[in-house]
Ligand binder design. Structure first.
Ligand code: RB5
Length: 147
């Protein structure tokens, strides 16, 4: 699986931790679109880079991080084809895959510790979309993009 990951300056350390967790998976290829330092950057630009890969198919899924996860998840969800889930707990991460077929995970580097974030990533990486009645609802979400 190909994952594109990006963060603003508020989650650079968390991005490195998430990359360590992703390295636990044998068949996962990670592309990091930055940012790489403490210099302030604008999270919508990072969301756009990560989501462009997901929409084009260059990545199967994306991970976006900022201080709270809020701004970057809001930005990601403005992009056609993106279902970005801001998660601060394992249950939500699982459900975002099983019920919502999330293709982008968002977390906040200033609100979620490395330990919980690692568990969230593991759950999100390993949970499949359940389909069935959830497929109808996800299709309705996607139809909202064209209204
Ligand atoms: C940047 O200071 C901060 O606003 C950003 O990382 C994020 O928390 C926005 O939602």
């Amino acid at each position: 699986m190909k994952i594109t990951i990006g963060s603003d300056h508020g989650a650079v350390e968390l991005k490195e931790e998430v990359k360590k967790v992703l390295a636990e998976f044998e068949d996962v290829e990670v592309k990091d679109v930055g940012t790489f330092g403490k210099e302030s950057v604008d999270y919508p630009d990072i969301a756009e880079k990560v989501c462009a890969d997901v929409v084009s198919g260059a990545a199967d899924r994306g991970i976006v991080l900022c201080g709270t996860g809020l701004g970057i998840s809001i930005a990601a969800n403005k992009i056609k084809g993106i279902r970005c889930a801001l998660c601060g707990d394992v249950y939500s991460a699982k459900m975002s895959r099983e019920h919502n077929n999330s293709n982008v995970l968002a977390m906040g580097g200033r609100v979620t510790g490395f330990g919980p974030a690692g568990e969230i990533v593991r759950a999100w990486m390993t949970t499949e979309f359940a389909g069935g009645r959830h497929e109808r609802r996800v299709n309705k979400i996607m139809a909202l993009e064209n209204k």
